[in-house]
Design a protein around this ligand. Structure first.
Ligand SMILES: Cc1cc2nc3c(=O)[nH]c(=O)nc-3n(C[C@H](O)[C@H](O)[C@H](O)COP(=O)(O)O)c2cc1C
Length: 214
């Protein structure tokens, strides 16, 4: 079978565009997300690489208002703590950042790693059990790109208390909380620059600052 991507500049160009124009989204329009499109994107996320082919990602979509309110309350506690711990000169700027779409995104989802999955028969995860969580992150990134390619946005929320989210989702003990995802139609126009850079919080580093040859 021939490799469909052999020297395919068109595919590379489209992929580069997708990567450049993917953004973390915190503001969403209220219109619902097409269920078939969401499903299609999750199907792609489910093809992500995973240690030993363990596929440890577990997606929990939360529609129940009471559970979501518990997650929002957790964000509010965690964010107040983060604000208080922020250096004084950065505090006013931090307070102005919008760091979640928990109230506006029509799709809310927790993602866990099943630390006791028997899939993959522990290949690769015996010496580095953390590779299960890394695998889940690969799936989230695939989902992020797939949604972007369909004009949808994803916002990753980590300013949360893992135990509170775990309890709000009735997650099994063996599951480890990895991410909360807010998904929907992005509210601001597409942008090539991360919001945190536009708001003056941080800037992109040049590649050569993070690349070394020994
Ligand atoms: C592991 C992880 C956790 C993150 N948690 C948050 C968060 O809690 N709130 C937030 O506003 N952005 C969060 N982000 C998004 C980053 O702020 C964002 O990716 C970064 O600023 C670069 O912007 P971009 O994704 O638009 O390129 C998270 C991203 C990652 C990868």
């Amino acid at each position: 079978m021939s490799d469909p991507f052999d020297h395919d500049d068109e595919v590379f160009g489209a992929f580069a565009q997708l990567v450049r124009w993917r953004r973390d989204i915190r503001a969403f329009r209220p219109d619902p997300v097409d269920e078939a499109t969401l499903r299609q994107c999750l199907e792609l996320a489910h093809l992500a690489p995973s240690v030993g082919l363990s596929q440890p990602w577990r997606f929990v979509r939360v529609r129940d208002r009471e559970r979501l309110e518990r997650v929002i309350a957790s964000f509010e506690r965690a964010n107040a703590e983060a604000l208080a711990a922020t250096d004084e000169e950065d505090r006013a700027l931090y307070a102005r950042l919008k760091l979640e779409g928990l109230r506006d995104a029509p799709v809310q989802m927790a993602v866990f790693s099943d630390e006791q999955t028997t899939s993959g028969r522990k290949l690769g995860a015996r010496t580095m059990p953390q590779t299960r969580a890394y695998s889940v992150v690969c799936a989230i990134h695939t989902l992020w790109l797939a949604l972007r390619a369909r004009g949808l946005g994803l916002g990753w929320v980590s300013i949360l208390e893992p135990e509170a989210v775990h309890a709000a989702c009735d997650a099994p003990q063996a599951w480890r909380f990895i991410a909360w995802l807010c998904i929907g139609h992005p509210e601001p126009a597409a942008n090539e620059t991360p919001e945190l850079q536009r708001k003056g919080w941080e800037r992109r580093l040049p590649l050569d600052e993070v690349l070394k040859t020994l």
